[in-house]
Design a protein around this ligand. Structure first.
Ligand code: FE
Ligand code: FE
Ligand code: FE
Ligand code: ZN
Length: 164
């Protein structure tokens, strides 16, 4: 891999990692949705699938702004998080227990994205790209809201799983 000689090079590397994370999630969310039983959880994940498409397009806009391409990087962290999710889905489990496991996977994903967007926005600040920082913080807030939705969905699902 080439050296990262400038903070701008690091910023682009971070954006490409995020773009890879979002596109991997786009591929995986339909599987997670299909495995969910609880209607609130399903609706929350479906909403986040739509949002994830918008977030990927938002990143594409930032690359266009810098005349750069979004590809060429694989987010190994998202790869690992989604592999853990798939591993979980291969196990037999009652629906409520499986839903609780899906939440465990999805919240790890959201927290990863929150930190990645927060870091990227901070880099955009110092690189004097205020429009980028604003777009990245918008995605960060969406990830935070998705995480809160999952926390709320967990209350009845965990109770139901406990009572089995
Ligand atoms: Fe996202
Ligand atoms: Fe990553
Ligand atoms: Fe892990
Ligand atoms: Zn997300």
């Amino acid at each position: 891999m080439p050296a990262l000689n400038t903070l701008m090079a690091l910023y682009l590397q971070q954006l490409r990692d995020l773009y890879s994370a979002e596109t991997q999630l786009l591929g995986a969310l339909p599987r997670l949705i299909a495995a969910a039983s609880d209607q609130t959880l399903r609706t929350g994940l479906e909403r986040h699938l739509d949002q994830t498409r918008v977030q990927a397009q938002r990143l594409e806009g930032l690359f266009m702004d810098l005349d750069q391409s979004p590809g060429g990087q694989t987010c190994q962290a998202m790869r690992g998080l989604l592999a853990e999710g798939d591993e979980l889905l291969r196990r037999d489990a009652p629906p409520a227990v499986r839903d609780a496991g899906l939440i465990a996977c999805a919240q790890r994903v959201e927290h990863y994205e929150i930190s990645a967007y927060g870091t990227a926005a901070k880099l955009a600040d110092v690189l004097q790209l205020p429009h980028h920082a604003e777009r990245l913080r918008l995605s960060e807030r969406e990830e935070q809201a998705a995480d809160l939705t999952l926390t709320a969905a967990a209350t009845p699902i965990n109770r139901a799983a406990l009572g089995l």
